[in-house]
Design a protein around this ligand. Structure first.
Ligand code: PHE
Length: 344
């Protein structure tokens, strides 16, 4: 009997020793210590033993059971620890790995130009004004000296929503709205960036929706030379100190006199190249002295106040600055185009 117990013990301990998984320990426990296991059987058969043998075998069987249980517990702890360590290793996060790159957007080139122009004019004492894109016929045309049936309305083919409401065709209505808000008291110094709409067939240089930046300076004794001075500062800052400017006579209903401003070509310096169409000059904006009728309609006395106004297209400026060859690139949102412009 003693030998049998001894053999059971070493068999069980060896099995425990070799076990590699927690589930195996459970099987070993059932096999050796379970209700139908050999030790229980021995203990149950104690009645058949002699009086002398009984305590000895009983004691020994208990010792064997405890030894097996102790070995099981110890192995259980070891395997459990190993399992936890394995899990930790598996789930470990390597914080030193480089992260996945975040797809960063870049600023749209038109906004870069608009902000640059805004900053420049803010530096010259202007403030930024805005107005509605859905505008009344009055502000878009009439208040700008373009009464109904004025032939010059044809210069700006319009999207009418009703007889009296349209999508603004230029940012000049913001001039009229701003002057009205000043109640005839100057100085008014604003620039007005925003979207405008015209019924145009889209091609490389035309778009039915584009942006403009309007400028307006109304005060006592504002002269054409002030216009030229301010715009020269602007052009040199945007296109380089070496730029020359020239004013060409033009016609706008809301300014008198009216001019178009050219800059000397920044590509060839004036000698002639494809960018300036071999003329040496690049047209950059329209401008003029605010028409007395416009001042009057917006509440300013043209006998006291004079002013200049100008309007430019950020699309064209960005095309020239960045060498963009098709205006549609600004609106078709091709990432290959947009990504070339760095975040600022
Ligand atoms: N509003 C004019 C246009 O869109 C530009 C302009 C503005 C001209 C202000 C003169 C003065 O063509």
């Amino acid at each position: 009997m003693k030998d049998k117990l001894q053999a059971l013990k070493s068999e069980a301990l060896q099995a425990i020793q070799q076990a590699e998984q927690l589930s195996q320990l459970q099987d070993i426990k059932v096999t050796y210590l379970g209700k139908k296991g050999p030790i229980t059987e021995i203990l149950r058969g104690m009645g058949k033993l002699s009086k002398e043998e009984r305590p000895v075998i009983g004691q020994m069987a208990n010792d064997v059971r405890e030894a097996i249980q102790a070995a099981l517990d110890e192995k259980h702890a070891t395997l459990e620890q190993a399992r936890i360590e394995e899990q930790l290793a598996e789930q470990a996060i390597d914080v030193t790995l480089p992260g996945r790159p975040v797809n960063q957007g870049s600023q749209h080139p038109l906004f870069t130009v608009i902000e640059e122009v805004e900053d420049l004019f803010i530096g010259l004492g202007f403030s930024v004004a805005e107005g509605p894109e859905v505008e009344t016929d009055y502000y878009n045309f009439e208040a700008l000296n373009l009464p109904k049936n004025h032939p010059a309305r044809d210069m700006q083919d319009s999207f009418y929503l009703t007889e009296e409401i349209l999508l603004r065709t230029h940012t000049s209505p913001v001039q009229a709205r701003t002057m009205e808000a000043y109640n005839g008291q100057g100085p008014v110094k604003v620039i007005c960036p925003g979207k405008v709409y015209r019924r145009d067939t889209d091609d490389a240089t035309h778009s039915h929706q584009f942006t403009q930046i309007e400028g307006l300076y109304v005060d006592k004794n504002v002269r054409l030379s002030d216009l030229k001075g301010v715009l020269t500062v602007f052009v040199k800052q945007l296109f380089g100190e070496d730029r020359d400017v020239r004013l060409r006579q033009h016609y706008f209903p809301f300014t008198e006199p009216s001019v178009e401003m050219d800059i000397s070509c920044f590509k060839c310096g004036g000698s002639g190249c494809p960018v300036c169409k071999h003329s040496g000059w690049i047209e950059i904006l329209g401008a003029g002295m605010v028409h007395p009728n416009v001042l009057r309609m917006s509440g300013f006395d043209p006998e006291v106040y004079t002013g200049f106004a100008f309007g430019m297209g950020p699309e064209r400026i960005a095309m020239l600055k960045y060498g963009v060859d098709d205006i549609r690139h600004y609106y078709t949102n091709d990432q290959r185009f947009l990504k070339q412009f760095k975040r600022v």
